[in-house]
Design a protein around this ligand. Sequence first.
Ligand SMILES: O=C(O)CCC(=O)C(=O)O
Length: 202
Amino acid sequence: MAWQGSLFDPAPAAARLCFDLLERDHLDERSWLDVVPGWVPDHAELFDWLLQHAPWEQRTRRMWDKEVLEPRLVASFDGGGALPRQMLELTEPLSARYGVVFDSCLVNLYRDGSDAVAWHADTVRKRLRDPLVATVSLGMRRPFLLRPAAGGPVARRYAPGQGDLIVMGGACQHDWHHTVPRVRTATGARMSVTLRHSAPPA
Ligand SMILES: O=C(O)CCC(=O)C(=O)O
């Protein structure tokens, strides 16, 4: 594939996988977002490794009476076997900090500005109350927006990329929706490494 992580600018200087720069954004009294800029300083290497080694798939979606291509590629490490070392390096510090075992990983590749994901909340909310969803963004910065699930205007606009970490927590998956919208100009690809847990906190 033609995309390369090393084409992107370096991330802001931060200690690797360290939470010192973490800031919590309270969306409301029940929901929050933790943001750590440059959590993975060697994001370009991880981007390139995933591009080469992740089990990429082009999934389809049923829309009305038609099967349509999802506008992104996805790769699932769904806990059927042990996660690869590169993923465990991410899940172990997250599990230690948040007190849940992050045991599955879905990676999304937005090849250009026409790849996107529509407004939604993650389906893990149907199985777990107040699930945590951690996302490491690699490559190009793309808008990441949030709005109340009940409707209303966009309440938050982030632009994660280059190793930034965002953790959605509290009631975020119940009360809020998020999206990575299409953008007319995107000069490179973005990857999101999304990490989830399958059991509630011990
Ligand atoms: O790419 C992202 O940051 C969000 C991905 C997402 O929401 C999903 O795959 O459910």
